[in-house]
Design a protein around this ligand. Structure first.
Ligand code: MRU
Length: 355
């Protein structure tokens, strides 16, 4: 990804070889604030408080946290305690547990003295794999956008997305946005409708910022606008990221995704879910079984923005109490296809992967 022309990943190892840098996403797009995470506790706070977020990226942050823990205490007890602390930071996305399991699986059989080095090597490799995976998702998703353009060559392909499943949610490229960047780079005209994604506004603050940095035409819309745009024929496809796809193909993603899928279904607009196969949880039967994170109600009752002096400010929106379920479930019947690094799949093809 490029920010003001400079290439970055969303997480990177410091020159010292053990701490990591991330962007504090709470400050975007207003400030590009790079922070250093130096301990498993730092990583846990960054995940819980959403300095870093998005299923693949919070997984890498957690995995580096485990590696950091092993520098200080590589004993069995240290490994177990750090794993337990990190895995509980955010419950909905399966990638966090998956990445921690990957590191755990590598280090657990080793003697304690060898664990930290092996953990860092594993997490570094997982980060590189995430980049390659997202690039492949971009290639497969590009075929969908190319075909939509072929059908309507005289206008841009209008794409609606929800939340942020872009490079800021992954190590690089993003999942849902990866095909959009590929299409734009291939000079296929695309235009993106960006859902603001209340309550934390990941669409307004992060996806819109990414698209703007990449030069992709887009408009920010309120979360309730997608239905009308679809009725008017102004959406050619929806594509979203996902925190967990259950064995039967149900997709658990940021709250509001389900309503977009319903509107898409009613208007014959294809609705795609982009995911690395690590987000497919074949052990969880259906979406009803996914733990849905409930976050602090102040995310709903208050909102952050810039005041007239350019200072970040929080204002209160209501006198009433808020409720804040952070994710919802889109039943598989509303998903047109799954865009993965292994190809574009139907629900049946995805399920066949589980064996
Ligand atoms: O609460 P967030 O901001 O971590 O939620 C992120 C999403 O819902 C993304 O769509 C999902 O993690 C996929 S990211 C590739």
């Amino acid at each position: 990804m490029k920010i003001d022309g400079k290439s970055y990943r969303s997480i990177w190892l410091n020159e010292n070889g053990w701490s990591v840098h991330i962007f504090d996403q709470r400050d975007l797009p207003w400030k590009l604030n790079v922070v250093e995470l130096k301990s498993p506790e730092d990583c846990a706070v960054a995940i819980k408080e959403m300095w870093t977020r998005g299923a693949p990226l919070l997984a890498m942050t957690g995995a580096y946290g485990l590696a950091m823990a092993l520098r200080n205490d590589p004993s069995d007890a240290g490994l177990e305690a750090a794993y337990k602390m990190l895995v509980s930071t955010r419950p909905t996305a399966v990638n966090l547990k998956w990445a921690l399991d990957q590191v755990y699986g590598v280090v657990q059989p080793l003697t304690p003295v060898d664990r930290a080095e092996a953990a860092y090597a594993k997490v570094n490799a997982l980060c590189d794999e995430d980049v390659a995976t997202n690039r492949a998702i971009g290639e497969y998703g590009l075929t969908i956008i190319r075909e939509l353009h072929r059908q309507n060559p005289d206008r841009p392909v209008n794409i609606l997305t929800h939340c942020n499943a872009g490079w800021l949610a992954t190590v690089d490229y993003g999942t849902a946005t990866s095909p959009i960047y590929r299409a734009h780079d291939e000079s296929i005209p695309v235009h993106v409708w960006v859902d603001e994604t209340r309550p934390r506004n990941q669409g307004a603050l992060l996806t819109a910022y990414e698209l703007q940095q990449h030069g992709v035409p887009h408009h920010l819309i309120v979360d309730n606008a997608g239905g009308l745009l679809m009725q008017r024929g102004q959406v050619d496809m929806c594509i979203v990221g996902v925190d967990r796809v259950t064995r039967n193909g149900d997709a658990c993603n940021k709250i509001g995704t389900y309503l977009k899928a319903l509107a898409a279904f009613d208007n014959d607009v294809p609705f795609y879910v982009a995911l690395p196969m690590t987000t497919y949880d074949a052990d969880m039967p259906t979406g009803r079984d996914v733990p849905i994170e409930e976050r602090d109600a102040t995310e709903v009752t208050h909102i952050d923005g810039l005041d007239e002096n350019g200072e970040m400010k929080r204002v209160k929106l209501t006198l009433s109490p808020g409720g804040n379920l952070a994710f919802d479930i889109t039943p598989a019947k509303y998903v047109t296809g799954y865009v993965t690094e292994q190809g574009l799949m139907s629900r049946a093809e995805l399920i066949a992967k589980a064996g």
